[in-house]
Design a protein around this ligand. Sequence first.
Ligand code: SAH
Ligand code: SF4
Length: 454
Amino acid sequence: MNVYDSGRMADVLAPIGYAPAEAPDGADMVILNTCHIREKAAEKVFSELGRLRVLKDEKRAAGGDLLIAVAGCVAQAEGEEILARAPFVDIVLGPQAYHKLPEMVAQAERAAATAAAEGKPKAGRGILDTDFPAEPKFDFLPAPSVSGPAAFLSIQEGCDKFCTFCVVPYTRGAEYSRPVAAIVAEARQMVAAGVTEITLLGQNVNAFHGEGADGTEWGLGRLCRELGAIDGLTRIRYTTSHPRDVDDDLVAAHRDVPALMPFIHLPVQSGSDRILRAMNRGHTADQYRTIVDRLKGARDDLALSSDFIVGFPGETDADFAATLKLVEDVGYIQAYSFKYSPRPGTPAAGMPNQVPEAVKDERLAALQALLNNQQAAFNQSCIGREMDVLLDREGRHAGQLLGRSPYMQPVHATAPAALFGRVARLRIVSAGPLSLGGELVAADPPSSSERACA
Ligand code: SAH
Ligand code: SF4
């Protein structure tokens, strides 16, 4: 989401003369686009700001300036705190205010110029905008610029689920779905610009309920069918989905829409019913197993990834054992796992029985060992299979291209440069813990409706 948002910020700033720079040195402005999901992220922002301050002071001493903006969820959650702890920051803006960035930059430029003319060390107090405007920002953003064959498309934002550990409902605001017509138009523009793979984005992407052309609310399944009919769009992904919002139509779309990739990120967080209840996830471990079975019933080559939190308040050894059991039962080909990090203002932060760091460390290591084994075993099982790989990057060695399998595994292969940006059928000949090696079988396989793995 932040990668997508950063792109959109670059898009809105282009008309007022800003273009992305390679590095902060020499730049006229630095925007830190921040994440607040876990503790370290916020601390990283403050230490990064310390470094930028040095750069700003140097530039000002030389008669210039460096505008510093903090965007994203840390900005939303700690707006005033940022201006107090780092008063040299020029702009603080929350995730729902990006469309107002040009206006804020112009204002900051004027303030900086006035301060410089008056020989003052500082351009007054920084500008702060952490509102949740009534009109969604999407109505004001220009069409996204794309480069390369794979693109993100944001279809939904915010969250109303209030899991007890999570800051998203507070930082991104209430759930909002974009209208179907706007999404389809954006997807068509992307395809016309050479995109063949679109990843639909949302904090709760399958809670999507956008207004359809017929005035009714469409779910994600129906949207995927509509997008699947766009000529030239051969791969559709979506992330992040919530188990509670996997409805029958979405399951059926996995059976019916060939472009829908057979790989779903479906976070479960814990395998213990007690902990799932305390997290307010709204489902049990067995209900999750059933959802996975339904999805695999629709498409037998479907694979899953997940997010896990270890050491949620009150998590016992037995609760953790239930998580390991669930991982063994479901089998993930990739996963993210985190130690629980208390987020200020969330209910779980104030719960009793916080788990000691050492116990969290131990559990995280055990969980990651199991998940890594599953990932390595899946990669190994791909040897000998043929896979469609979207070759979208230069490889490390000359004559090599790098791409993504239907399961998002990085795959490298010796391939002619002409295949850059295209889907090629590769036979997998080697596997490491995180990536695969392939040999070219054919470019642009005859039918994208074929199964992902032969
Ligand atoms: N909407 C998605 C998750 C979005 S947040 C869902 O409901 O699954 C991304 C991930 O960050 C979460 O899945 C969770 O595993 C992790 N996370 C969120 N808050 C956290 C916290 N306080 N401590 C540790 N991990 C957290
Ligand atoms: Fe956070 Fe996801 Fe829960 Fe929403 S559903 S509160 S984004 S973890």
